[in-house]
Every structure is written in structure tokens, then in C-alpha cells.
Design a protein around this ligand. Structure first.
Ligand code: GLU
Length: 458
């Protein structure tokens, strides 16, 4: 399935036929900028594949690949602790099932709308394909804001959300997991309600479960750890390591926490992390145990970390990329690193940017970094360790088995090394040496497109 090597034009050259398809996509999906952006990035990578596989342009294959198989939107009513009723909007975009059951996380955040869900589900489809595991692509969630909500309110919301969604799920149909605002606690409430409604202990219907009730070791750590394993592979290409590297990690949620932890285990020093209210700058290196307690036990903010840590200062929100570093890992949310941020990183000597979040760098930001020779790993490749470990959780659930932490972490490291290698080889075959964006997009796209082509007009 590998495309033959072709002379690389420029990554921003889009094939004429793809341009027409893209224009139509923008026309038919007005206002969904993030979805347009995610598709555009893939199309910019595709012309060597289209040159070699003209069949992918036939039978509307690309148009079908861009149209979600099913888009669910539903009412989620719930009552807060004072009895006041709230109505949120629930989503599940089942984007593509050519390679396996729909798979992807749930995001609870006020910014969630259909466009955000579609961009995430599209990215997830190609990311899941890139893992080489039998997974389709989906994303779901709600515009519910968990911030400041009591545990009882979060539980009632999760129960109401699942009361509608359960009919669309199943271990062979659609398997959600966590994302922003949805962690082990929320997955517990969701799984409990699914089990109650269906009267089935169907472990494989959700991933990211607690280790004591069907969850896999390493699943919580996997996205952050995997991104760092990917970074270590990138550095190893130039015989470099993480030892002594100064790193910035944006965010302070599940992905960021575990990225920081693994970076420091491998000898790097993480000098900043953030949330939407500010940046904790800690030149001595983030105290991971303190941050973990504040974020995960007390559900606090990075300002609370700064209060308790003498070596740290609180900087304005959004200023993290102005700090000096060798490596930057955006692990917060989409479009958090733009061209100005990229320019600041380059000016301050950053040599590698690895995306732990989904599409955190804008298109212009990626251009600035790549033109300056900064090694850049897109989220599709770098953060696929989370969903890959979800597939390992599904394997364990299917065989009613439970693997050790060490064994599972070794499997994750192996997967990340394989994905890294495949991105490099695919980029080389496309004549786009060292371009991980091209490698990830082409490798993921080819797998989905080939399966769809084989299955006929569906
Ligand atoms: N939300 C994660 C992602 O963006 C994980 C999805 C999953 O495990 O299904 O890849």
C-alpha cells in the first residue's frame, strides 16, 4: 500500500480535485472551522497518495470519508444540588467504522459543539488507524461544564447523558473513553448507569475504567507517557536523549500530568505547566507529587500549586510559550499554540514540539516551526498511546484477563516506537523526509481508505 516516492512539491499545494472536495466541505459544514482545519491539514499531505492511488478519488471515497457515518445530538436534562434544572446538549459523532467499532473519548467542556466533535472524531479516525489496531473513529461529549460542580451533580449529569447514549453503544458497536473533563470518576458513573440500564456487565463497552473494575494498568498514564516515548524516539534519530532537557508542558490535566512525570523520569526538567487561569513557572522543575495532589485529589488549580511551592511563580494565562526551553509539549487543547507562540519558541531555542493534545498547534504555527527546522510531532501520532492502550484494555476485557503495569507499559512503548517508525518511513516514501505530519496523515489515511475501498459503496 505504500505510495511510490514522488517529488515533493510543497506541503501547502493541494491537488485540484482535493481542492474542489475541500471547498464543498466548507460550503456544506458552515461555521465548523476546526473541522475544516483538521481536514485541510490532511489534504495538504495527500497528493503523493492520490497520485499513486487514483482509485481513492473514485466512488466518492474521500467525500464518504469526510461525512460522519452517524451524528447523534440529544438533550441532557439534570438537576443541580439546589434542585434547579439545567439542559445541556449531548453529542456522539460516529465517524468511521471501516477498521473496527467506533472508538474515541467523551469531552465535557463548555466549548463543545458539533464542529468540535467532528474535528475530533475525524482526527480520531486517522489516529486510531495509525495505531494499527482494529478501531474505528468517534468522539462525543457535552457542553456541560464540570468546573465547580459537586460530585453528586457530576454523577447525575453522567447518568442522564448515558440514559440516552447507551442505546448506541456496545463493545462491538461504539466504545467511548475519557477526554477533557471525563476521567476515571466520570467513567465510573457512566459505566454504572450503562450496566444498570442494560443489565449486562459488558466491560468492553467503555475504556479508561478503574483498574479494580475492568480497567487496564497504564491507561490513565498512556497518552502522556506515549507522547514522551514518541519524543524519545524522535530524539534518538539524532542520537540524542531527554537527559537534562528543559521542557514546557501546557495543561495540567491527565495528559499533561503524566507527560511531566515521564519526562522527569527520563531525566528532563519540566519548568512550567498551565491551566486556563495561569502558568506555573517553576525553574527548579515541577514537583509532580504536589501537582498530582492539587489537581487530582483536591481538584485545584495551578495557582494553588504556586501558593504551596516556593520556587514557583504564577504567570499570565497563555504565556507559557514565551519561556525558554529545549522541548515544548502542548497538552491542553486545540489551537493553543499559534504562529506568534511558535516564533517565540524558535527564538528561545526550542528544537522539538510534540503534541499531547489534539490539534493544539494552528496551521500557521506548524509552518513556522517546520520552516525553522524544529522537529514537530502531530497529535495524531504523538498522542495515539492513549487510544492504543484503550485497545489493550479491550483485549484484556475480551479475554477476561488483567496484565501487569510493567507488561502493559512495555506494550505501549513498543506501539509508540512502531508508530514513530511508520511515520518516518511513510514520510520518506512520500519524499517528505522528517515531516511527521505527512507521515502520520498518509499512513492513517491509507489504512482507512483501503478498507473502505475493499468494502464497496457503504
Ligand atoms: N480521548 C483520547 C484521544 O483523544 C482517547 C480516546 C480513547 O481511548 O478512546 O485519543
Amino acid at each position: 500500500m505504500s505510495p511510490r516516492p514522488v517529488a515533493w512539491k510543497t506541503r501547502r499545494d493541494m491537488d485540484d480535485e482535493l481542492q474542489e472536495i475541500y471547498d464543498e466541505l466548507v460550503r456544506r459544514n458552515p461555521g465548523q472551522e476546526e473541522f475544516h482545519q483538521a481536514v485541510r491539514e490532511v489534504f495538504d499531505s495527500l497528493h503523493p497518495v492520490i497520485d499513486h492511488h487514483p482509485e481513492f478519488l473514485r466512488d466518492g471515497l474521500i467525500q464518504r470519508l469526510l461525512e460522519p457515518e452517524r451524528q447523534l445530538m440529544f438533550r441532557v436534562p439534570w438537576a443541580d444540588d439546589d434542585g434547579e434544572v439545567h439542559v445541556n446538549r449531548g453529542f456522539r459523532v460516529e465517524f468511521n467504522s471501516a477498521l473496527g467499532p467506533y472508538k474515541g473519548g467523551l469531552r465535557f467542556h463548555p466549548s463543545v459543539d458539533l464542529g468540535i466533535m467532528k474535528f475530533l472524531a475525524f482526527e480520531q479516525t486517522l489516529k486510531n488507524a495509525l495505531t494499527g489496531m482494529p478501531l474505528g473513529g468517534a468522539k462525543g461529549g457535552s457542553d456541560f461544564d464540570p468546573r465547580g460542580r459537586s460530585e453528586a451533580e457530576v454523577m447525575r449529569f453522567c447518568q442522564s447523558y448515558m440514559t440516552e447514549l447507551y442505546r448506541h453503544l456496545g463493545e462491538h458497536t461504539d466504545v467511548p473513553a475519557g477526554d477533557i473533563g471525563v476521567g476515571t470518576r466520570e467513567l465510573g458513573f457512566l459505566f454504572g448507569q450503562y450496566k444498570r440500564i442494560t443489565n449486562r456487565y459488558e466491560s468492553g463497552v467503555l475504556t479508561g475504567k478503574g483498574v479494580g473494575w475492568g480497567g487496564a494498568h497504564v491507561r490513565s498514564e498512556a497518552t502522556g507517557y506515549g507522547a514522551v516515548f514518541f519524543l524519545a524516539e524522535m530524539l534518538a534519530v539524532d542520537q540524542q536523549s531527554l537527559d537534562g532537557r528543559v521542557c514546557l508542558v501546557s495543561g495540567s490535566g491527565n495528559v499533561a500530568l503524566h507527560a511531566i512525570d515521564k519526562l522527569q523520569q527520563l531525566g528532563a526538567r519540566v519548568v512550567a505547566c498551565s491551566d486556563s487561569d495561569g502558568v506555573a513557572h517553576d525553574p527548579d522543575g515541577i514537583d509532580i507529587e504536589l501537582l498530582r495532589r492539587i489537581k487530582q485529589v483536591e481538584r485545584g488549580r495551578v495557582a494553588d500549586y504556586v501558593d504551596e511551592r516556593d520556587s514557583a511563580t504564577l504567570e499570565p494565562a497563555g504565556s507559557i510559550w514565551q519561556l525558554e526551553c529545549d522541548v515544548a509539549m502542548p497538552c491542553a487543547t486545540q489551537n493553543e499554540l499559534d504562529d506568534d507562540d511558535a516564533t517565540a519558541l524558535v527564538d528561545h531555542g526550542c528544537t522539538a514540539v510534540v503534541e499531547g493534545a489534539n490539534m493544539p498547534t494552528t496551521a500557521k504555527g506548524i509552518d513556522v516551526l517546520q520552516k525553522a527546522g524544529v522537529a514537530f510531532a502531530p497529535g495524531k501520532a504523538a498522542n495515539c498511546g492513549g487510544v492504543a492502550t484503550s485497545a489493550l484494555e479491550m483485549q484484556q476485557n475480551a479475554s477476561r484477563d488483567s496484565w501487569s503495569f510493567t507488561h502493559t507499559e512495555a506494550r505501549l512503548a513498543e506501539i509508540m516506537a512502531r508508530v514513530h517508525q511508520e511515520c518516518r518511513e511513510t514520510a520518506q516514501e512520500c519524499g517528505a523526509n522528517d515531516d511527521y505530519v505527512v507521515g502520520a496523515n498518509v499512513a492513517g489515511f491509507q489504512r482507512v481508505a483501503a478498507a473502505m475501498h475493499a468494502m464497496g459503496l457503504i
